[in-house]
Design a protein around this ligand. Structure first.
Ligand code: CA
Length: 705
């Protein structure tokens, strides 16, 4: 700890800490000093004794001028810079400095580029531009609302830049929080001519969302990192954009995704993250939930990390190529924290603003990642809204999945929904609505508990996962779910199958089925197959494969939005690694050999997806339809009957009857009139109608008439 720190914590309020090593922490007077001989004594209003230091509460003149450098001098002559601290979290600060323009960042024109940076407490800002190998520095001009601007009249198409921000007594270099791209490892932001990107040909798709969507979660690197993939430059945007690749007649990469019949691919984080050296990707691995730049694509997925156009062009090409093959693209975005506060551009530009702090000035840590992004503050919310708008319009994506959405606030998420749907009306929005211990009132958090305040925003339904597969954390891996052997969970499973939208006698969590994202396996935790290694350890492979098929089929027939994690469809394994975010390619990559070996499971999954897409009864859009058309019951032995009488179902089908038999016995059912079998234990259909139906042990049947 330095000898003394001085903080401006409110209008008219300064806090000083003096280390006890310095005159025992004692000072009898304090002056605030500024330019041109300005000096005023401050009044001591309180003294607090702490173990290593003494805290002084002082009153200072309320009319200090933002953008001015002040010092605080104590009685022995020690003088330190006055840091703008908690004052930036006051209502008055927000009222004075909230800026609503849409021009922050670097805006390129072939004759000039405009730079704008919101930095209300900065004393000076210098723009340093690297253009064709030469460095030039330009002082920026402070304007209204604390926005610093500079227009550079030349063609900066291939220029890169950083800012030098002088605040709180030091000058800090940083990239642009609004940067669209950067050179390798985020060292400098880049000016980008977006016309270059908009010329990449796109292939517009029919707008599909909500319960009509089938989401498949994939990681850019994992999809092609295996040498069996048959792509060039494995693990990059470019590799996943390659068409017509295969391994032993099994399509791989993009072609594999396109073969499944899913409507949306959810890409795990593709925006810049910190922990992989972009120049030596072979030495590092990370999923990317460690963000540093929110609008700049990750350079380790680029063919040339130091060429700022490469990553932007290649991500856009990937999105367009997915569209060409009928796949919509949702991005997994991580607006809940930053990898490192101290080295982030946000902290450099305006310390103490972008993150949540407790009253003692310490960072809130509800994410367990060291900090929480303060979405509820007006200019943080604006940043998130601007970022999602720019990502939507640059890349033409089809939706967003918010990591740890419950860290963010309701108003921000509703504004995000309005923003992305103003760009694309069918854009999907969903996230992890967990209630995390962040410093934000529970009534304001974007959690499942507050789902009714966020229309059109989905949440991962952990109840669905826990009922059907069984609980998922490490200490619960032996806990069975309904289809892994605990038939006592049949009643809870009824609730899950209706997307948890029905109340009494069920457990209602959501007021609309499009809010229930039904994923049995996600990137987190063990794969379903690895979990069965624990909870069904006494069962043979064939039995566990039947259970895997039950999980796949339950996901596809349930009301809500089905979600598949890559590999779930072929009983993927992470070799019992339950937290593989940095475990490397050999654990995380798509195992094409296993996919070929278990191709019957993939074929089964494709049939289950096709079944869902064919029958509207599995995709009801409103809770009131589910209440009206769906009948759920538990039959003898724990078998579930799930009947949908949806009069607007096409294909002349009036009634769908799903029978889930997770027991070890074949079950026989007699009906008064005949039923067609449209989905059997292999996903197959029969032409005839039957009045007696055998539902084999550990299988799911769908009947129709
Ligand atoms: Ca990076």
């Amino acid at each position: 700890m330095p000898s003394m720190n001085a903080y401006l914590d409110d209008f008219g309020k300064v806090t000083v800490h003096i280390n006890r090593n310095f005159y025992g922490g004692r000072s009898e007077s304090f002056h605030i000093t500024g330019d041109k001989g300005y000096s005023t004594q401050m009044l001591i209003t309180g003294i607090e004794e702490h173990s290593g230091y003494v805290r002084y509460n002082l009153t200072c003149p309320a009319g200090l001028v933002f953008g001015t450098s002040y010092h605080v001098r104590e009685a022995h002559g020690l003088s330190v810079p006055l840091e703008y601290r908690m004052i930036v979290n006051t209502q008055q600060f927000n009222d004075r400095f909230f800026y609503n323009g849409d021009d922050l960042g670097a805006t390129y024109h072939w004759t000039h580029t405009d730079f704008a940076l919101w930095a209300p407490t900065a004393v000076s800002v210098t723009l340093r531009i690297r253009n064709h190998g030469t460095l030039e520095s330009y002082p920026m001009n402070r304007g209204d609302k604390g926005v610093w601007r500079r227009r550079i009249i030349t063609n900066l198409k291939y220029a890169t830049y950083t800012y030098f921000v002088e605040r709180n007594g030091e000058v800090v270099e940083c990239v642009d929080p609004y940067g669209i791209s950067s050179i390798g490892n985020g060292r400098e932001s880049a000016v980008i001519d977006l016309d270059e990107i908009s010329r990449i040909q796109d292939y517009p798709l029919e707008e599909i969302s909500g319960t009509d969507a089938v989401i498949y979660e994939a990681n850019v690197r994992d999809m092609t990192s295996s040498s069996l993939t048959g792509t060039d430059e494995n693990g990059t945007f470019g590799a996943l954009s390659q068409e017509n690749t295969s391994y032993e007649n099994m399509p791989t990469g993009l072609s594999y995704l396109a073969s499944l019949g899913v409507t949306h691919v959810q890409l795990m984080p593709v925006m810049d993250y910190c922990t992989v050296d972009e120049f030596h990707t072979e030495n590092g691995y990370n999923w990317g939930y460690d963000p540093m730049q929110f609008i700049t694509p990750e350079g380790s997925y680029s063919s040339d990390p130091d060429n700022p156009y490469a990553r932007v062009r290649e991500l856009k090409t990937l999105v367009c190529r997915m569209h060409k093959h009928g796949l919509r693209v949702n991005l997994d975005v991580v607006f809940n924290h930053l990898y490192n506060v101290e080295t982030s551009s946000f902290h450099a530009v305006l310390p103490y603003y972008y993150f949540r702090y407790n009253s003692g000035g310490f960072l809130s840590n509800g994410t367990y990642c060291g900090n929480d992004f303060a979405s509820e503050k007006p200019m943080v919310r604006k940043f998130i809204i601007d970022a999602v708008r720019r990502i939507m319009s640059i890349y033409g994506i089809d939706g967003m999945r918010f990591d740890l959405m419950g860290i963010l606030d309701i108003d921000t998420m509703n504004a995000v929904r309005e923003t992305i749907q103003s760009v694309k009306p069918s854009a999907m929005l969903y996230g992890e609505g967990w209630d995390m211990p962040t410093i934000l009132d529970s009534s304001l958090k974007a959690t499942i508990q507050n789902q009714d305040k966020m229309p059109g925003i989905g949440h991962f339904n952990d109840f669905f996962r826990d009922m059907i597969k069984g609980k998922t954390s490490d200490d619960q891996k032996y806990v069975k779910g309904y289809v892994t052997g605990d038939l006592g969970l049949s009643f809870g499973t009824l609730s899950a199958l209706c997307g948890n939208v029905l109340n009494d006698p069920f457990y209602m969590r959501f007021d609309s089925p499009d809010k229930s994202i039904n994923g049995i396996e996600t990137h987190d935790n063990s794969t379903a197959w690895d979990k069965m290694h624990a909870c069904c350890s006494n069962e043979d492979r064939a039995t566990r494969q039947k259970r895997q098929k039950l999980m796949i089929a339950c996901t596809m027939v349930a009301q809500g939005v089905p979600f598949i994690h890559a590999g779930f469809e072929f009983a993927g394994t992470k070799r019992n690694n339950s937290n593989s975010y940095n475990a490397g390619d050999h654990i995380n990559q798509m195992d094409w050999r296993r996919a070929v070996y278990n191709s019957h499971l993939i074929e089964y999954t494709k049939k289950a997806i096709a079944l869902r897409k064919k029958y509207r009864g599995f995709r009801l859009h409103f809770a009131r339809q589910i209440e009206k058309y769906v009948r759920l019951s538990v039959a003898e032995g724990g078998v579930i009957f799930y009947e949908i009488t949806c009069s607007d179902t096409p294909n002349e089908t009036e009634v769908l009857k799903v029978i889930i038999n997770p027991t070890f016995d074949d079950k026989y059912y007699n009906f008064e009139s005949g039923w067609k079998i449209i989905f059997d234990e292999n996903g197959g259909a029969r032409e005839d109608t039957f009045t007696e139906v055998r539902v084999p042990a550990l299988s799911l049947y769908v009947l129709a008439k």
